[in-house]
Structure formats: structure tokens, C-alpha cells
Design a protein around this ligand. Structure first.
Ligand SMILES: Cc1cc2nc3c(=O)[nH]c(=O)nc-3n(C[C@H](O)[C@H](O)[C@H](O)COP(=O)(O)OP(=O)(O)OC[C@H]3O[C@@H](n4cnc5c(N)ncnc54)[C@H](O)[C@@H]3O)c2cc1C
Length: 448
């Protein structure tokens, strides 16, 4: 067989992992990345500083032998530490079972490790400062522009996979005439986000419980904090862009401190650089992108955020993109390099699942923001923990999404929503979860 060559556009999280997978099939891979080489330049890896890596992502890393390496510098987060407005805290475990937790990892650390590993594979080459500016859906040609010299060139391979993220240029070409009746939707949340910082204490230790995702839920807005391996935390403030309690209103030191004193008073002493960080760091947008089809015959495929960007409230965007790579790998095993067949089946298998996680991620925004401050929800989490401790076959919706790499997202959504509705009804009727008959609840769950 003639050796195949694939172009990957984008050396982010999914592009770098995909290069490793493809090289294992003996396929030659050229990866073009618009930014400089993050191993050599002090550039931020992009959006968030750290991210939650969970079972679906770990499963994909395991298949290329990188799971243990990546987890060695991760901080396990065993549950949510909810910070009430009065400064009190309550820990809500993610699961009642041992070993079911999520991991805070450095985005740039992960990305660099993936690029390094991909580069070690035979036939993989990375080209940095090479930006895709157009794609010809008829010929499969990619137009690149060097971001330093402005030089343009056209490249072509057996096929091109677009892992160029939510602003994908290849998707743009499909949308703007490349594919007739291409379905595309983009919906922005009224909330944006800003990253803030809690440093280590003088001894280099964590200033708050390290094995938790901290959350200050304030109904219309919220702040979260994920631990970093070095003892610091990265906080993300999610706030409306405009209107009451919004970024638009926090225009100076006085308004910012008044807002923090009223809502996150316990966090202020931990954040010595709050004012500087707030007024220096960019405010990001949050949106969901859905589109279909994802392929142009056998010439091109969208994968990861380029095909399905989701809001970050289930901590699944990267995990889902890694799962994409794993599913594609299985289809290459099945159909070899018949790209059109691989891509069509890939879309058929993946679309309902990526739609499901997109919907659940939006729903979880409201759960994190409103529900963790709602006593019925807090009781429901307690009940779920008890059910998980008592029945090995009980999984909450969160657990199905986060800890069940064997369960498609669409099934997690359908089963999880039915279960959530039932448990909220049960918990609305009692003030104390000890009064709930667990066996009776489990019997009802089995009938759903
Ligand atoms: C605030 C925030 C928090 C998040 N937290 C989590 C989390 O906890 N867990 C989780 O699983 N997910 C999380 N996500 C989602 C996650 O970041 C994305 O789903 C993931 O990065 C998608 O990977 P990707 O490779 O598809 O795209 P990206 O990581 O965006 O990579 C795209 C790459 O393509 C390059 N590129 C872009 N345009 C071009 C071009 N024209 N030519 C060449 N190269 C190009 C970019 O420079 C980049 O390197 C979070 C997202 C945000 C915004």
C-alpha cells in the first residue's frame, strides 16, 4: 500500500493527540499551527490555564500510553467545595465510590507533552507560525500563510483534518459555499469569563483544600477555582457581559472590591493580585457551536472544537475531543484509509453524542450557578452519594458523563435527565435524606 499522508490544521490538544494516533497506523502526518512553538516561546496555551481531565480523556490517553505520565502532575479533585456567601463551606463529593474523581491538569503542560510525544513518532512533523487561511472543498487544497513572513503557499495531502478549534477556517470554507446546505449554529452565553489567581502561601502550600474544585455559586454569576500542581489555584469568574452584576459595571478598583466584598469576601484575602489580574486579563466569550456534516467527502474532516465547541461547565470539551480521536482511531482500524467511509461513519457515530454533551454543558451552567446554592439540590447530591455507596450499579448523571467512558454521552443525557427529575422530586418532599428509603428509590430508578 502507498503510504498515506495527512495534514492536521491546529496543534492544540486534539490535533497533537490525533497526530500520535495516526502515526501508530503508519500514516505520515504534517501538523500546521498558527501560533509559535509553545515549547520555545512564552505564549499562553490559549484559553484556560488548567482544565479538568476525566475518564473519557484518560481512556484516549491510555491508548497511546500517556495516561500515567499526564496524571503524575495532576491534582485530583474529589468533589465540589461550595463556598456560601457567609464564608462557610460544604464539600459535595463527585461520587460516593472511591476512585471516581476528576483531575486538574495544566493546559500548556498537557499540550507540550502531546507535541513532544507526537514528534517522537515516525513520520510526524510540526510546522509552527503557519496559519490556515482557506480551504478549497473541491480540490482539498489548503492555503497557508506564515504569520512571521506573510508568505503564502498551497499544500495538499491524502486528506486534511481540521483541529483548529472553535474559530475553524476549514469549517468557514465548508459554510461559505464549500458544502451545499451546510448546517451551522452558534449561540453565545450572555456570560463571559475572566481568569484570576490565588497564589501559594509563604510555605508554598495551598491556601484552600487542594483536592476540590472550589465554587462560589451566586445564582446570576459564579466563581470557580481549580488547584495547580505548584500550590496555586486558577480562579475563573463567570459573569454577565452587561447589565446588573456584570463585567460592564466593574470598571474600577472601587466597584471591583465592592463586588468581591459583597459576593466573595472569603476569597479576597487569598487574592493579593486581584485588582491587577482583573484589569489585565482578557474577558473571554462562551458559546456553543453545532454544525453538520463534518466531512467534505474524503477530503476533510472537522474534529474537536472545530466541529462542536461547548461551554466549559461539564469540564468535557477536551475530554470529548480526546474521545473523538479514539473513535476515529477505531474506524481507521475498521475501514483502513478509505477516508470517506471513515469520516461518514465517524459523523454518524459522534454527532448525537457531541450534541448531547453540548446540551448538558449548557444545562450544567445553571446547575452550578443556581442549584448548588439550592437546599433541594444539596439533598439530591447527598442522596446520590448514598446511592452510589450502596448500589454498585447506580450512577448519577454527572458520574455517567464523567466516569463512564463506556457509555455514550447521548445515553448519559437521556438516563441522567430522567433520574435527576425523579431524585429532585424525592428530595423536595423531605428535609432529611436519612428518611429516604434507598431501596425504594433504586427500584424506581430501574423502571425509568
Ligand atoms: C474557560 C475554559 C475552560 C475549559 N475547561 C475545560 C475542562 O476543564 N475540561 C475540558 O475537558 N475542557 C475544557 N475546556 C474546553 C477545551 O479547552 C476545548 O474543548 C479543547 O481545547 C478543544 O481542543 P481542540 O484541539 O479541538 O481546540 P483548541 O485547543 O482550541 O486548539 C486549536 C489549535 O488550533 C490552532 N489554530 C487555530 N486557528 C488556526 C488556523 N487558522 N491555522 C492553524 N492553526 C490554527 C490554535 O492556535 C490551537 O493551537 C475549557 C474551555 C474554556 C474556554
Amino acid at each position: 500500500m502507498v503510504k498515506q499522508k495527512i495534514i492536521i490544521i491546529g496543534a492544540g490538544l486534539s490535533g497533537s493527540l490525533l497526530a500520535i494516533y495516526l502515526a501508530k497506523h503508519g500514516i505520515g502526518v504534517d501538523v500546521y499551527e498558527s501560533r509559535g512553538d509553545m515549547r520555545k516561546t512564552e505564549i499562553s496555551a490559549g484559553r484556560s490555564i488548567n482544565l479538568a481531565l476525566s475518564d473519557r480523556g484518560i481512556a484516549a490517553l491510555r491508548e497511546v500510553g500517556l495516561d500515567e505520565y499526564m496524571l503524575a502532575e495532576a491534582v485530583p479533585m474529589l468533589g465540589r467545595m461550595v463556598h456560601a456567601a457567609d464564608g462557610s463551606t460544604k464539600f459535595l463529593p463527585y461520587s460516593g465510590r472511591e476512585g471516581e474523581y476528576i483531575n486538574s491538569v495544566s493546559r500548556s503542560g498537557l499540550n507540550i507533552a502531546l507535541i513532544n510525544e507526537a514528534e517522537k513518532s515516525a513520520g510526524v512533523k510540526f510546522y509552527f507560525n503557519e496559519k490556515c487561511v482557506d480551504f478549497d472543498c473541491k480540490t482539498g487544497e489548503v492555503l497557508l500563510e506564515n504569520t512571521e513572513t506573510g508568505e503564502r503557499k498551497i499544500i495538499k495531502a491524502d486528506t486534511t483534518i481540521a483541529t483548529d478549534g472553535a474559530g475553524s477556517k476549514i469549517r468557514d470554507a465548508m459554510l461559505h459555499g464549500g458544502i451545499p446546505r451546510f448546517n451551522f449554529s452558534q449561540s453565545w452565553l450572555e456570560h463571559g469569563y475572566k481568569e484570576l489567581h490565588i497564589p501559594q502561601d509563604e510555605k508554598g502550600d495551598f491556601q484552600m483544600e487542594k483536592n476540590a474544585l472550589h465554587i462560589w455559586a451566586r445564582r446570576k454569576f459564579m466563581m470557580i477555582a481549580l488547584p495547580n500542581f505548584d500550590g496555586s489555584f486558577t480562579c475563573t469568574l463567570f459573569l454577565a457581559h452587561a447589565g446588573e452584576n456584570s463585567f460592564e459595571q466593574l470598571t474600577n478598583e472601587k466597584s471591583l472590591l465592592a463586588f468581591f466584598r459583597a459576593n466573595f469576601a472569603d476569597a479576597i484575602p487569598l487574592m493579593p493580585t486581584l485588582i491587577h489580574d482583573f484589569f489585565t486579563n482578557l474577558t473571554g466569550n462562551l458559546g456553543t457551536i453545532k454544525c453538520f456534516p463534518w466531512n467534505v467527502g474524503g477530503k476533510s474532516l472537522l474534529l474537536g472544537d472545530s466541529a462542536h465547541a461547548v461551554v466549559p461547565f461539564y469540564g468535557q470539551g477536551m475530554n470529548c475531543a480526546f474521545e473523538d480521536c479514539r473513535v476515529l482511531d477505531g474506524l481507521i482500524e475498521k475501514h483502513s484509509t478509505n477516508w470517506e467511509m471513515v469520516f461518514i461513519e465517524y459523523g454518524r457515530l459522534r454527532k448525537e453524542n457531541t450534541d448531547a454533551i453540548a446540551d448538558m454543558a449548557e444545562e450544567n451552567f445553571y446547575e452550578m450557578r443556581d442549584a448548588v446554592a439550592n437546599p433541594v439540590f444539596v439533598r439530591k447530591r447527598e442522596l446520590e452519594t448514598k446511592l452510589e455507596q450502596t448500589f454498585p450499579d447506580y450512577f448519577s448523571k454527572y458520574s455517567m458523563v464523567t466516569f463512564r467512558e463506556d457509555l455514550p454521552y447521548s445515553e448519559a443525557k437521556q438516563r441522567g435527565n430522567a433520574q435527576d427529575k425523579l431524585l429532585m422530586e424525592v428530595c423536595a418532599k423531605v428535609k432529611d435524606t436519612r428518611k429516604i428509603d434507598l431501596t425504594e428509590v433504586m427500584e424506581k430508578i430501574k423502571t425509568l
